[in-house]
Design a protein around this ligand. Structure first.
Ligand code: SF4
Ligand code: SF4
Length: 524
């Protein structure tokens, strides 16, 4: 495979990352109240397995998983104080209900069962452990890791560990690698064993010097491991761009890297897989970067899932009233207007900036400068997509491959007319997804209806055949009866004839005898 080391488009932001501060992992005091968001689908399906007033332990299951949703675990020991339908919404309008846990400050764990002998267990069992531990893609996608593993069995030859972390300000993966390089390698070995993979490639941006050294040292004497520096450029961590950079291969439209024999995991996900198997720990915490706009105040913390953003700010003496808060990277993240919003499994960063800086520039008309198209790493035409999205021309949006948009937000960043392109595209993609879902459902129902009709038709024809064959059978039966009767008659006639012949013979024999006797008497 030829190495390309780059991809089309993209943007090189000023670093906004502090190499010094990313080394240290700070620990945050445990908040008094945790807020766990539970997907509404799970609530509807009655998968919440705790009640108000119940005492729970850290790592205890709060809500079971459902389809593509991972189980949720308690991030601390304490008391369930509320299970409400208070709804938090993201930009995608996805709804969440809330479980509140009052921490008892004792941090009592469930009975953790590490699996050191994982190679003695079946692959399916190990994947089930990963699912039970609530592991999802921690790079932002939030896709079930167990499902990805299951789907990849016998299909992949290479594991790529995505440690690119190309968004400005975010250094949580950098910090993770500097502090837990050995554990990351152990996580890789678990995935290698599950998928029988012989080659692991760890991709890291070329400005993460310390993390590179730590990981390089950890894989030094191991066979099958390679670490490669990639150019610092956003969005180098997006799967399509990463595969292009590392292997000079394109992931086909609508496909996944697995179709090329490559499974991709974010480095934090690999770490959580290690924790789930070798420590028996469900996913209850992650590393989060806290940063201001100028990256002067930049720290990494080990934060429990469900910690309200407000708690992180207060612990760091940051005035949340005069700052605006972005959860996640500054480009792909979202502004939280409710500081009680909690850290999610996919939250890698909290960025705060003076509210006055977040004034929105007024959207101006598109001047067709094509800057967005030149910067788009997916070679799309954002200005066209913008017009079609705005005019709700879904067919045209589809024709111009809006589904290929990786939502990197670069077009929006470079647009001189301040058009919130990403917001337009996210909404349009959602609408198209709904339309596709509706179309799929109606096709499915149509198929079901047609197959039912054909079943009924074939049932009717079977019945007709049965009636026909029954009448044939009846006729045959009657014919057979007549035949039997004939045979019987024949036999009867035959036996009567035989008896007649036998009688005549007996009479003849008697007559002969009489004649003989008479002759004898005459002679005497
Ligand atoms: S958000 Fe979509 S359209 Fe805009 S640059 Fe990124 S991939 Fe291209
Ligand atoms: S960058 Fe903005 S103004 Fe320029 S073509 Fe794209 S959408 Fe239009």
């Amino acid at each position: 495979m030829r190495k390309s080391n780059d991809f089309d488009g993209g943007i090189d932001f000023m670093s906004m990352k502090s190499n010094q501060t990313s080394s240290k992992l700070n620990v945050l005091n445990t908040p008094k109240i945790f807020t766990i968001l539970v997907d509404d689908v799970v609530v509807i399906k009655n998968k919440i397995v705790v009640n108000i007033g119940q005492i729970v332990l850290r790592g205890q299951v709060l809500a079971l998983g459902y389809k593509n949703i991972a189980p949720m675990h308690s991030p601390a020991s304490g008391l369930i104080t509320q299970i409400t339908n208070e709804e938090f919404k993201f930009f995608s309008n996805k709804r969440y209900s809330v479980i509140n846990i009052q921490s008892d400050g004792k941090d009592r764990w469930i009975n953790r069962t590490p699996i050191h002998n994982y190679k003695d267990l079946s692959v399916n069992k190990i994947i089930q452990f990963i699912y039970n531990a609530g592991i999802v893609g921690l790079g932002g996608a939030g896709f079930l890791s167990s499902k990805k593993l299951k789907y990849s069995i016998k299909k992949v030859h290479t594991l790529v560990v995505n440690a690119a972390e190309s968004e400005p300000y975010v250094t949580s993966d950098d910090c993770l690698m500097q502090n837990f390089a050995t554990e990351i390698v152990q996580g890789c070995q678990i995935v290698m064993w599950i998928l029988k993979i012989k080659f692991v490639l760890i991709a890291i941006e070329d400005d993460k010097h310390l993390a590179y050294i730590k990981v390089h040292d950890a894989i030094n004497h191991l066979s099958g491991f390679e670490i490669r520096k990639i150019k610092k450029k956003y969005p180098s961590g997006s799967s399509k761009q990463l595969i292009k950079t590392l292997f000079d291969q394109e992931i086909p439209s609508g496909k996944h890297s697995i179709h090329l024999g490559i499974i991709l995991f974010n480095v934090a996900t690999i770490f959580s897989i290690k924790r789930a198997i070798l420590n028996g720990e469900p996913l209850t915490e992650r590393i989060v970067t806290l940063s201001d706009k100028d990256a002067l105040y930049q720290k990494n913390f080990l934060v429990r899932i469900g910690t309200p953003v407000k708690h992180i700010l207060l612990e760091n003496n940051i005035n949340f009233k005069s700052n605006s808060i972005i959860l996640g990277g500054p480009i792909t993240g979202f502004i939280v207007d409710n500081v009680n919003f909690p850290i999610l499994k996919t939250s890698n960063s909290v960025l705060f900036l003076k509210s006055s800086l977040l004034k929105y520039e007024l959207e101006q008309p598109c001047i067709r400068c094509t800057m967005c198209s030149r910067a788009c790493p997916m070679n799309l035409l954002p200005e066209q997509l913008y017009f079609y999205s705005k005019s709700r021309d879904h067919d045209k949006s589809k024709e111009y491959s809006i589904q290929e948009c990786i939502e990197c937000g670069i077009c929006e960043q470079v647009c001189p007319s301040n058009i919130p392109l990403l917001t337009y595209f996210r909404k349009e993609k959602l609408k198209i997804n709904k339309i596709i879902l509706k179309e799929n459902l109606s096709t499915k129902f149509k198929k079901l209806f047609l197959s039912r009709q054909s079943r009924l038709r074939s049932l009717e024809s079977i019945n007709e055949n049965i009636i026909l064959s029954n009448s044939i059978l009846d006729k045959k039966f009657e014919e057979n009866l007549i035949l039997d009767k004939k045979i019987e008659n024949l036999i009867t006639n035959k036996s009567q004839n035989i008896r007649k012949v036998e009688l005549e013979a007996a009479i003849n024999r008697a007559k002969q005898k009489q004649k003989l006797n008479k002759c004898l008497i005459d002679r005497q």
